[in-house]
Design a protein around this ligand. Structure first.
Ligand code: UDX
Length: 437
């Protein structure tokens, strides 16, 4: 497994838990050193335990030496980063190609190179050209095997996926991949779908874009709900019970963030552009989501009476979603910026994200608890739905706040509960007069 980022480390740990022998390789010596001490470079529930037990069982090891790591491997997974290239949104594939070159040079016999990183259509062909150029006679094949795991639920998602997608142009390679995923088909939890390599590459982008569209659709419906006096949570429930639509990913909120949706939608648009086959729905989604984050900042300002200069806003939740320390493209960044631009002071609490948050937001006072954040604030804003925020003592909040205002951008509190505590509640897509954002 080349790359010990989110996907690489979780995949490596889970494959070893299936009983395979796994070597995780990373160029970052510090990361490997930490992994040797069972310190995880990312926050993911259950991961440290999974890594420890498989290291102990002798199935999982870590090294910085790629040549050593790939020796004798049946399959070598490329799980390095594919960040957005500065300027144009194209996926930056330099890490993928550099890894491929090293792998091909180092392999000592037939093996399958598997791209697990999210890579644009045609990348597998490029990797194959690298094989042809460096070592055409080693019997190396190239397949695509996109990963669909979510941060915060990564192990569960990896072990119980809805499906596994393998894009292969070679029967022997498909056989190796069947072997790799056999433990999953044994417990019948996941159908392994075999398809063409380019198709597999596109499936990953199409899936993420569709989910981004779904979220953005319900977010716009939420705005409409506020204008016409409807309740977006009920709308979600009402449409989600239709199996053709499905209940999931219909929670209105401050917009999607994270390491995948923003980057992958942009990369897909580039692919579409290059192919002169526009994806207008995805284009609109990207624009709507981008403007939504600042719009949520303005929603807070409006709820606070339109003037926030010198006022204090308490933010609960900074990461783009719960159970991660990931701040990449988190809506909290734009929301806080908008509030600060309008002259507000910001206090914030997040259970895991503060270290990462400090790198991307400035002039924020970090509090040690949700209550410490609320103390003396003129509004309390829930941005990320951490479990720890689901059962706050609202009476205590009321007594700590300077103004009894709760702005719940994830709709986790029912109106009646806030009302009982004497808090004015502003949600997203909620019908009450005072919730018009
Ligand atoms: C996503 C995909 O789900 C996963 O399959 C892919 O491999 C990587 O990208 P991830 O980014 O970890 O995973 O998180 P996810 O749970 O999908 O949430 C993404 C964003 O959408 C978050 O900001 C979340 O708050 C937001 N979201 C999600 C909503 O606003 N509403 C929803 O109903 C669901």
């Amino acid at each position: 497994m080349i790359g010990t980022g989110y996907v690489g480390l979780v995949s490596g740990a889970c494959f070893s838990d299936f009983g395979h022998d796994v070597v995780c390789v990373d160029k970052d010596a510090r990361k490997i050193e930490l992994l040797h001490q069972n310190v995880m470079p990312i926050y993911e529930p259950g991961l440290a335990e999974l890594v420890a037990s498989n290291v102990q069982a002798g199935r999982l090891s870590f090294t910085t030496d790629l040549a050593e790591g790939v020796k004798g491997a049946d399959a070598v997974f490329i799980a390095v980063g594919t960040p957005s290239r500065r300027g144009d949104g194209h996926a930056d594939l330099s890490y993928v190609f550099a890894a491929a070159e090293e792998i091909v040079a180092a392999l000592d016999g037939p093996a399958v190179i598997v791209t697990k990183s999210t890579v644009p259509v045609g990348t597998g062909d490029e990797v194959e050209r690298i094989v042809e150029r460096i070592a055409p006679d080693k019997g190396i094949t190239v397949v695509s095997n996109p990963e669909f795991l979510r941060e915060g639920a990564a192990i569960e998602d990896f072990k119980h996926p809805d499906r596994v997608v393998v894009g292969s142009e070679d029967e022997r390679a498909s056989e190796v991949m069947r072997g790799v995923y056999r433990p999953l088909s044994l417990n019948q939890s996941a159908p392994v779908m075999f398809t063409g390599r380019r198709t597999a590459e596109l499936i990953k982008y199409a899936a993420n874009a569709f989910l981004a569209v779904k979220i953005t659709f319900i977010n716009e419906i939420a705005d409409l709900c506020e204008q016409v006096g409807a309740d977006v949570q009920e709308v979600s429930r009402g449409i989600g019970m239709d199996n053709r639509i499905g209940r999931k990913f219909l929670n209105a909120g401050p917009g999607y963030g994270g390491s995948c949706f923003p980057k992958d939608t942009l990369a897909l648009l580039k692919t579409a552009d290059d192919a002169e086959s526009p994806l207008r729905i995805v284009e609109a989604t990207v624009q709507v989501n981008e403007s939504r984050k600042r719009a949520m900042g303005r929603k807070v300002i409006k709820a606070m009476g339109g003037e926030v200069r010198g006022k204090t806003v308490a933010i609960l939740g900074l990461t783009f979603k719960p159970n991660t320390d990931d701040m990449r493209d988190a809506p909290s960044i734009a929301i806080i910026q908008t509030l600060q631009d309008a002259g507000a002071n910001v206090k914030a609490f997040d259970p895991e994200g503060v270290e990462q948050a400090k790198l991307v937001i400035k002039n924020v006072e970090f509090a040690a608890s949700p209550y410490a954040a609320a103390e003396g604030a003129d509004a309390l804003v829930i941005v990320t739905e951490w479990d720890a925020f689901r059962a706050l003592d609202l009476n205590r909040m009321k007594s700590l706040l300077n103004q009894p205002l709760l702005i719940d951008l994830r709709n986790i509190y029912p109106a009646a509960e806030a009302e009982r505590a004497g808090l004015q509640l502003v949600g997203v897509g909620k019908p009450r007069q005072d919730s018009n954002g």
